[in-house]
Design a protein around this ligand. Structure first.
Ligand code: GUN
Length: 294
């Protein structure tokens, strides 16, 4: 019988602690926030929540809490699901024109009758703290965007913080969403990784995942990944969040893969808190850019 307590102690150094990294990012913002305040500016983010999807409500609450910790003013606008596209566009326009607002975020997903692309394009690129405006997305290619999307940027920061080299590594991403997989693939290429992006139509997923030095799973399918998907020494980044038997879990069956992996992000306490911390960093940077340009 394996010694469970002994095993857990060993496992601890495999864990990439998202809460610790988020706290480090947040604390490093303090100096910038103080500088802004001394210049008469309180960094301010507006979060627009359409409807009351329980997961979105929790994510928005986490963002508010982080803003409070960082000295950022956060305002929430809750809008009924039957809002029309033009009403939402008007609201965004109002915020674009308000010089006291530095960051605007529309929590996704949004109702199907509203064109998500139109909404992302309506947010001023200077206030696009999500990094989803096509102007900022395009700049990911050249590696000089003002606002990188928070989850991909958070993942890169977690890998850097853990001293995981990306150059020359096989990185496999499962999921090609606009929020995670697509921007992350470019950001990893900018680091000279060899990147494969899998999608729901990919055949023989395990053939790909077993080649991965770094496996990043962003599907939202609880416990999709077990030990049969990973090679020995693989770094596993779990972007999924779902509920299984009433418990929050990720795409990765942690207990199954832990023996094989060299590093892993847990769920909860992995990518999630770092994503929120990067949003705070983007907001502070938006306020700094406003100060520079004013
Ligand atoms: N929903 C899930 N992740 C995100 C995100 O990073 N930004 C926004 N706006 N909505 C999300």
């Amino acid at each position: 019988m394996p010694d469970k307590a002994h095993g857990i102690a060993n496992f601890e150094d495999k864990i990439i602690d998202g809460r610790k990294i988020a706290a480090y990012i947040e604390s490093s913002l303090k100096e910038k926030v103080d500088y802004l305040k001394n210049s008469g500016i309180i960094p301010c983010i507006y979060v627009i929540l359409i409807g009351n999807d329980p997961a979105s409500v929790i994510y928005v609450k986490n963002k508010e809490n982080a803003a409070n910790r960082c000295g950022i003013m956060s305002k929430k606008i809750i809008i009924p699901v039957n809002i029309s596209e033009s009403e939402l566009l008007n609201k965004i326009n109002e915020l674009n024109n308000d010089s006291l607002v530095h960051g605007i975020l529309v929590q996704l997903p949004i109702p199907l009758h509203i064109d998500e692309n139109k909404i992302m394009e309506a947010i001023s690129p200077d206030k696009d703290v999500d990094g989803f405006h096509p102007f900022n997305e395009g700049k990911i290619f050249t590696g000089n965007s003002s606002f990188y999307p928070c989850t991909p940027f958070g993942i890169i920061k977690m890998l850097d913080y853990s001293n995981i080299e990306l150059k020359g590594k096989n990185v496999v991403i499962i999921g090609q969403s606009i929020i995670v997989g697509k921007p992350l693939s470019i950001m990893l290429m900018n680091r000279n990784a060899t990147v494969s992006v899998l999608n729901i139509h990919t055949k023989n997923i395990k053939c790909w995942t077993k080649m991965a030095d770094v496996l990043i799973s962003a599907t939202g399918k609880a416990h999709l990944i077990d030990e049969s998907f990973v090679k020995d020494g693989c770094v596993v980044i779990d972007v999924g969040i779902a509920k299984l038997n009433g418990k929050i879990c990720g795409d990765v069956n942690f207990d199954s893969v832990i023996q094989k992996v060299s590093k892993i992000t847990p769920v909860p306490g992995g990518v999630g808190p770092v994503t929120v911390a990067v949003l705070m960093e983007n907001t502070v940077n938006a306020a700094l850019q406003f100060l520079t340009n004013s």
